[in-house]
Unconditional design. Structure first.
Length: 242
């Protein structure tokens, strides 16, 4: 039996949470808050609105970036089912070196995103930070989700300090963000190649939402499991880590 299928069945039996998949093994695209066609039309309309009523070009770019992220999240299958998302993420991140790279780059990645947007627009950066915090609490109502939300909220004032104290901070943030992406994608491509033999472009698209939205929460979940909490997820990491 395929190892991923075995993990999936094992998870379903012990938690009762269905990890539904399409024929290609991905999360079922029918379980989304909005469909792709709605996402495209909504995004196009909003971008036209930004171009007509935006106060500046910077606002236009910052708003467009935030809107793009939100639409991607809303069109992600089971975006609020964190157990399903985490188990799917874990199934393809079993190598201990790759996991270490992920944990090392998660929060710097999030911080640099906020810094880059803050370099263009303060209110859009604040809105994005707020969206992260709200999502973490909605996806996980336990202390884990609340902790992740507090961390996400704390990143905004930290990013503001960096912007105020470091000239062209967003340029440094861009370089660090690109480095984080490179490390994560190379880790997946090299260390997890046997689990998921796909092209680099496919790997990027599959990891985008997990990296951009869920990774900070996954980090706190990993930490809580290391401390003996979240026993409903512990068996997954305990049986799949190498």
């Amino acid at each position: 039996m395929d190892r991923t299928m075995e993990i999936r069945q094992q998870y379903n039996q012990q938690t009762g949470v269905s990890m539904s998949r399409g024929k290609n093994g991905h999360l079922d695209n029918r379980d989304t808050l909005i469909h792709s066609r709605d996402a495209v039309s909504t995004g196009a309309g909003a971008m036209i609105g930004f171009s007509l009523f935006g106060s500046s070009t910077a606002d236009y770019f910052a708003g467009g970036a935030v809107l793009t992220l939100v639409i991607l999240w809303l069109s992600t299958p089971k975006v609020f089912d964190i157990e399903t998302q985490f188990s799917y993420f874990e199934a393809f991140h079993q190598n201990k070196y790759n996991r270490f790279v992920r944990l090392l780059t998660v929060w710097p990645h999030y911080l640099t995103v906020i810094v880059m947007i803050l370099g263009y627009s303060h209110h859009w950066a604040f809105l994005l930070s707020t969206i992260y915090s709200i999502y973490f609490v909605m996806a996980d109502t336990s202390l884990v989700g609340i902790t992740a939300a507090i961390g996400a909220s704390a990143v905004y004032p930290l990013a503001k300090v960096l912007i105020d104290q470091i000239p062209n901070a967003w340029e440094y943030a861009l370089c660090i963000n690109a480095l984080c992406w490179t490390c994560q994608l190379c880790g997946d491509f090299i260390c997890e190649r046997k689990l998921r033999p796909v092209s680099f472009s496919t790997l990027f698209l599959e990891n985008y939402v997990h990296t951009m939205l869920m990774a900070p929460l996954f980090f706190v979940i990993e930490l809580s499991m290391a401390l003996g909490f979240r026993k409903n997820m512990r068996f997954l990491t305990g049986k799949t880590h190498r």
